[in-house]
Design a protein around this ligand. Structure first.
Ligand SMILES: [Zn+2]
Ligand SMILES: [Zn+2]
Length: 397
């Protein structure tokens, strides 16, 4: 049996356990920074394998370190990352491993990511003696709130790491397909709050007031010109105002108006330009109309930018797993969603890729964060194989 066939047959043996683990995590979802049970299971498994385990990183994060038995001086370390958190959603799926916790659900596939990485740890651990280098298994909390990756890095999770890889299962990307692309793949995300201050008064005497609602209306419209007039058609970006709050009655001009919005971009320069221009436009319009505007930008997450060399390694691993025809580098791989894997990718060169998990026949067809979200579990062994091969190939180079 060739080495490649041997790996496939080892993965086949792991599939029942892989699915059982995913379903167990699915039944017991935990929200951001509350992943106590999940991280307990992860730490216990990694310790049973004999890895060096650190817990309580960024509250509920876990790191397991596998020392390769064939490490020569100067050998490298590759990190593989999975996120563990669930979402505050009431599950509406009719399945026998439905969430047992009201109002909480794994509706993004992170139960899959965690179980995939545990299987990868098992496989690589069994090949420990062949490995020229180390593998760091990084289980992060709080991806959904964009908050787990950064504190893990601050607490040293990327120390002595030479490269990082990770995957996201995607429910609207066909099963059997793997999307791997160099450069930006997930957008940045920044939340902003615009507080427009005017001067309140009687609705029938506007000349004695400065109307913050009219100012806000101009700002909302003008912000879209940042996309239509100041952004190249070849550089996608999004600005959305999601809420506008102002006023108490039809015949009163209020003192102020508050707008909340989000901005997405695919590279750091574009992101910082749009951030600056949102402020300039909002403040410029408000001032010109006699009012003022306070601008607050929060929750920043950079875009996920893949390194060309790391992408090549993952691409080759994906080809060995699903065949060249099913490995996709097209724009279908891009998403305007964000992921704080971006922080790890800023810290060390890496590659974040997507694994198709859509299968209408099995009901795996709803979008992420939907109460009927589900994945085709046949995607799990595909993810396991790509990560395992990529890690082994990285350490060979
Ligand atoms: Zn999500
Ligand atoms: Zn996710």
């Amino acid at each position: 049996m060739s080495q490649s066939d041997q790996l496939k047959s080892h993965i086949d043996e792991l599939v029942p356990d892989l699915i059982a683990m995913r379903r167990d995590l699915h039944e017991h979802p935990e929200l951001a920074f509350e992943e106590e049970r999940t991280s307990g299971i992860v730490a216990k498994r990694l310790r049973t394998m004999g890895l060096e385990v650190q817990t309580g990183i960024a509250k509920t994060g876990v790191v397991g370190l596998l020392h390769g038995g064939a490490s020569k001086p100067g050998a490298k370390t590759i990190a593989i990352r999975a996120d563990m958190d669930a979402l505050p959603i009431q599950e509406m799926n009719d399945i026998n491993y439905r969430s047992t916790i009201d109002g909480k659900m794994h509706a993004c596939g992170h139960d899959g990511h965690t179980s995939i990485l545990l299987a990868v740890a098992d496989l690589l651990n069994k090949r420990r003696e062949e490995l020229n280098g180390n593998v760091k298994f990084v289980f992060q909390p709080a991806e959904e709130r964009i908050g787990g990756a950064e504190p893990m890095i601050k607490e040293g999770a990327m120390q002595d790491v030479d490269g990082i890889i990770g995957l996201h299962l995607i429910s609207d990307y066909p099963l059997g397909r793997v999307g791997v692309r160099s450069g930006s793949v997930f957008a940045s995300a920044d939340r902003f709050i615009l507080t427009v201050k005017g001067k309140g008064g009687h609705a029938a005497m506007p000349e004695t007031t400065v109307d913050p609602i009219v100012i806000s209306a101009y700002i909302v419209t003008a912000l879209q010109t940042l996309i239509s007039r100041e952004t190249s058609p070849f550089s996608p970006a999004v600005i959305t105002i999601g809420t506008i709050q102002a006023g108490t009655a039809f015949n009163i001009i209020p003192e102020s108006a508050e707008m909340h919005g989000t901005m997405r971009a695919f590279n750091a320069d574009h992101r910082s330009k749009l951030t600056r221009r949102i402020s300039e436009i909002a403040q410029g319009i408000a001032t010109a109309m006699g009012g003022s505007c306070e601008v607050e930008v929060l929750d920043g997450c950079p875009p996920c930018v893949n390194d060309a060399k790391m992408t090549e390694i993952v691409r080759d691993a994906a080809i060995s797993t699903v065949g060249e025809k099913e490995v996709d580098a097209s724009e279908d791989v891009l998403t305007a969603g964000s992921d704080d894997m971006a922080c790890f990718l800023e810290a060390v060169p890496g590659c974040y890729f997507i694994v198709g998990a859509k299968n209408e026949e099995k009901g795996a067809k709803y979008p992420h964060h939907h109460p009927r979200f589900n994945i085709d579990e046949d995607a799990l062994p595909i993810g396991v194989e790509v990560l395992t091969r990529a890690a082994m190939d990285f350490l060979k180079q």
